[in-house]
Design a protein around this ligand. Structure first.
Ligand SMILES: Cc1cc2nc3c(=O)[nH]c(=O)nc-3n(C[C@H](O)[C@H](O)[C@H](O)COP(=O)(O)OP(=O)(O)OC[C@H]3O[C@@H](n4cnc5c(N)ncnc54)[C@H](O)[C@@H]3O)c2cc1C
Length: 459
């Protein structure tokens, strides 16, 4: 096998979706498994990290002064069992590409985050969740990976299960996922029967969540600027896939919509943000969305409303954005969410719109996977907004008091101590990492920040 000179890949400054922080790395595109093996065998002092589409918000896909293996060109469908809805895809295939392939055949992703642009490999490494009830790893049959020594390995809940449960939600630190075998869900139409209701405050939205258990897909949009009696006013969104008989005449049941996309062509000055976004929620809440709305909509509008605007992160201006996504366990869900939201609203810095979601009963064996039963909220903040970092540390403390945690995929700033307190299985994760990656070849800027690897950079 030819040796490969890793210094020939130019150093490039990259960031995640939040555009904060940025970090230089050598970006190495790969098309085939053997290229990854060859590079790992020639690694010298270099540390490695897989990178998908870079849509995690913070520093999870950054690898300062080291190698980011860009998986995006590994984008082939390797197999499809039409009868049972099992697809085998390379890790760089995006969720949108999977949907375009499987919808016409009567299948859909079992879980999808709020954007269809991420790679499947990255979505597994983040163990993403969405409007449905369980996170991604529940639907994985097998993962095909390459370990630090360049050797291939397969894992699943029954085959090398320690590696499997460290890899789902493991943020790329156990090895490189090269392909994924995934169970799909069967659909008769790709249209969604939608029911939306307004809730005047947090009390109302929590009781609406309690009554919504028989809907397979739920989420609420919540106004984080409202305070006092209006704290938590929101729109509850419930959905289930429609039957062909529900559709208007002429509508193709298994259709993949092709929509014109708008784009934010340049960075907005940061000060435009609040005015713009606050009025957008008010318009939605007071104007466009009636007290109760029932309709049938295409899946893109239901699952991916933000994908209709390309590069919307640019409205946060050049400094970028931070997302704060916290979860509070169910017993104290209401009090915990209320308490943290009050702190956030009091700063006057909240994004206008946040997502609120309830995770129902589940057992999650993923060692660093985020979803556990409870309620979570995800809010965006412009970075560089005065004392936002200090404020977030105070919120972290409150989240911890309620036994909660933050989502690594969205994080760019939590401390090592906070992380350890929120993720009690860190030491188990580290011992699996030591077994499969004894020289700590896989690292990221996030892993260093959180104390999961010791060495900061190649010198
Ligand atoms: C607008 C928007 C909405 C979102 N909504 C949600 C949501 O509703 N729910 C949710 O859970 N998430 C959500 N996210 C987060 C998003 O789903 C994840 O960040 C994304 O799935 C990660 O995939 P990626 O290809 O972009 O990975 P990257 O960002 O490139 O990488 C993320 C992590 O995965 C690792 N990784 C990537 N590829 C591989 C591989 N092949 N092998 C091993 N490790 C790998 C990287 O090392 C890194 O640690 C949202 C993000 C955006 C921008």
């Amino acid at each position: 096998m030819d040796r490969i000179d890793l210094t020939r890949f130019p150093m490039t400054k990259i960031s995640g979706f939040g555009r904060y922080p940025t970090s230089p790395a050598r970006i190495m595109p790969v098309w085939e498994d053997f290229e990854i093996t060859r590079a790992l065998k020639a690694r010298g002092d270099f540390k490695f990290l897989a990178r998908g589409t870079g849509l995690s918000y913070g520093d999870a896909s950054l690898n300062r002064n080291n190698v980011c293996v860009s998986m995006r060109s590994m984008d082939r469908v390797l197999g499809f069992d039409h009868a049972n809805g099992i697809i085998h895809v390379e890790a760089g295939v995006t969720l949108r590409e999977i949907l375009s392939f499987v919808i016409p055949k009567g299948w859909f992703l079992p879980v999808t985050p709020g954007t269809a642009h991420p790679s499947i490999g990255g979505s597994v490494a983040c163990d993403v969740h969405g409007k449905s009830k369980l996170p991604m790893h529940n639907y994985i049959r097998r993962l095909h990976m390459i370990l630090a020594d360049g050797s291939p390995i397969v894992c699943s809940p029954s085959e090398n299960p320690d590696l499997f449960f460290a890899t789902v939600g493991g943020m790329g630190l156990t090895g490189i996922i090269t392909s994924v075998e995934l169970e799909l869900q069967s659909i008769k139409s790709s249209w969604v029967r939608y029911e939306g209701t307004r809730a005047a405050n947090l009390d109302e939205i929590f009781s609406q969540f309690k009554d919504a258990d028989d809907w397979p897909m739920t989420v609420a949009w919540i106004d984080c600027v409202a305070r006092g009696a209006k704290l938590g006013r929101s729109i509850m969104m419930k959905g289930r896939f429609a039957e062909p008989g529900d559709l208007k005449k002429g509508r193709e049941p298994l259709c993949v919509p092709r929509k014109l996309k708008l784009a934010v062509p340049f960075d907005f000055p940061s000060f435009t943000l609040n005015k713009l976004t606050v009025s957008a929620f008010n318009m939605l809440y007071n104007g466009k969305h009636p007290k109760r709305l029932e309709t049938i909509m295409d899946y893109d509008s239901f699952f991916y409303p933000l994908d209709a605007i390309a590069h919307w992160n640019r409205i946060y201006g050049r400094p970028g954005l931070l997302q704060y996504q916290f979860l509070i366990p169910p017993e104290q869900g209401f009090e915990g969410v209320k308490s943290v939201l009050e702190m956030i609203a009091a700063t006057g810095k909240a994004s206008f719109l946040a997502v609120l979601k309830k995770f129902g009963p589940m057992q999650n064996q993923g060692l660093l996977s985020f979803p556990t039963p409870g309620y979570f909220i995800a809010l965006d903040f412009p970075y560089g907004n005065g004392s936002i970092l200090e404020q977030m540390e105070l919120w972290d403390k409150r989240v911890l008091e309620y036994g909660g945690r933050l989502y690594l995929t969205k994080d760019a700033r939590m401390s090592r101590e906070t992380f350890r307190a929120m993720y009690p299985r860190v030491d188990e994760f580290l011992s699996v990492k030591a077994k499969y990656d004894p020289d700590c070849v896989f690292r990221s800027d996030m892993a260093y920040r959180l104390g999961l690897v010791q060495r900061e950079r190649r010198v």
